[in-house]
Design a binder for this molecule. Structure first.
Ligand code: SAM
Length: 243
């Protein structure tokens, strides 16, 4: 199924059944019934805000904002916060929680903004669903086009192909913890399965170098974080692009 339609279905399913609850294992990967403590949400949003150096004079956009929980959490750190998504249904969920200062329906790859429109940009847990390198590359160039000189774009939660076994064992351990801690419901991936890409780091970084894009590769926030653990992991990475 086309990705946008898959997210429309996902948005309708989650918005209807789980509108007023936290409903995902690690928010995204994905079992009904897990509650992220506020402390964990704060650590993740704090990391994003710090990496972007988000400030009250910044025009900020969250690309692929989905249901808008990150956008809503980061809005107070920015001057003007926009959310964009190609799924009307996901945006509808973002409207319901009153996320951001403005919400726009549009597609990464054909973004409806002039070059240099934003100081700070986030694209978290979005490229993971783009299976072809060509689509990933076109999306990065399109997002980078929107950055003002001096601006920063954080592309978050990219699965490192080389770290795939570590991810599997971390997920297994977290699932065991969740079974002991929460009243777990069904695995929602059985209801709606999204394609997931594993990134070849040398391929991606050489693309950035070839295009003269300055970047830093950073460990991602650990979606399976529990108190006492490191807040970041190596099996997912973020790219911080700077213009
Ligand atoms: C896994 S969700 C992540 C949502 C949010 N960023 C988060 O981290 O919770 C991916 C979102 O990206 C959107 N998306 C995927 N590809 C897109 C594209 N090419 N243009 C715009 N939105 C896209 C989907 O509709 C979906 O809402």
């Amino acid at each position: 199924m086309e990705l946008r339609l898959a997210f429309n279905e996902w948005g309708q399913f989650t918005g209807g059944r789980f509108a007023d609850r936290q409903w995902l294992l690690a928010k995204w990967e994905v079992c009904e019934g897990v509650i992220w403590p506020q402390e964990k949400i704060d650590i993740m949003l704090g990391l994003v805000s710090e990496r972007l150096g988000l400030g009250l004079n910044d025009r900020f956009i969250d690309l692929g904002c989905g249901g808008g929980w990150m956008l809503k959490g980061l809005t107070p750190d920015s001057g003007y916060a926009v959310g964009l998504d190609f799924s009307a249904q996901m945006l509808h969920n973002a409207v319901r929680i009153d996320a951001g200062d403005a919400l726009v329906q549009g597609e990464i790859g054909r973004l409806p903004f002039k070059a240099g429109s934003f100081d700070r940009m986030l694209c978290c847990f979005v490229l993971i669903n783009m299976m072809e390198d060509e689509v990933v590359e076109r999306s990065i160039l399109d997002m980078f086009r929107l950055l003002k000189p001096g601006g920063k774009l954080l592309i978050g939660q990219l699965p490192d192909k080389a770290g795939s076994p570590d991810y599997d064992s971390a997920k297994g351990a977290y699932l065991d913890f969740c079974r002991r801690t929460y009243d777990l419901g069904e695995d929602l991936r059985d209801v709606n399965r999204m394609p997931q890409k594993l990134f070849d780091v040398p391929v991606l970084t050489s693309f950035l170098e070839k295009n003269g894009i300055g970047f830093r590769k950073l460990p991602s926030f650990n979606p399976f974080y529990r108190p006492g653990e490191s807040p970041t992991v190596e099996w997912r990475f973020d790219l911080l692009l700077e213009k």
